[in-house]
Design a protein around this ligand. Sequence first.
Ligand code: FES
Length: 238
Amino acid sequence: MSFSGGWYPVALSNQLEPATSAGTRLFDREICIWRDSDGGVHAWEDRCPHRGMRLSFGFVRGDRIACLYHGWQYDMQGRCRFIPAHPQLDVPSTIRVATYPCIDRLGMVWMCSDLKMEMPLDLPIDRRDIAPVRSLYVDCAPIATMQALSARSECTVLAGGALISIHAGPQNMIAGFQPFGKGKTALHIVFLGSPEQYPGNARRSAAVWAEELRHDLEREPVPDTAPAGSYEAAPWRS
Ligand code: FES
């Protein structure tokens, strides 16, 4: 099992409200995810082309995101459209942010690490009724996390490792796997079914299960066997 370039979940959908932005990572690369006012999701390099400020600190206004520092505004294609210090300027089309394919599926925000990816996101499960549980950030390498999870629960690896189906006691869950960076992994956990099917105690016990998993993974760290540099270079193509 190895993690390579492709589609990965980077947040639970309900964590990203309309007209908000957040910072995350994929394979150690800083990513800005944001949702426009119409609900569309976007995943960009988290760096303003002007002076390098994180765009995830910026403000979403309608279908644009504005940088916190000097207010440059970028449209949904990543192109700079307005510079407050030069309001009459026809902004050159070369001023733009690197944008990645991004989509909402299975209650998660997915992005592709390949800028030129033309393959659509193809998941073996296609459901709209999803009950989010929580996101879990662990100080454990992605492959080691996958192995530890498989050892303690009945699991099925799906979508090349980006998804895992988990049967833990009475709970049946799906977790999206985000290779966060070297030695770090995020799991985005959901129930398949509407929130009404999962009363508060089911979600609480799933959250407790997830917290115990994190505790176990971090108490007995498993060595990261990924080759040096593989997180920085291998999955990215531009
Ligand atoms: S650093 Fe973003 S507008 Fe100046």
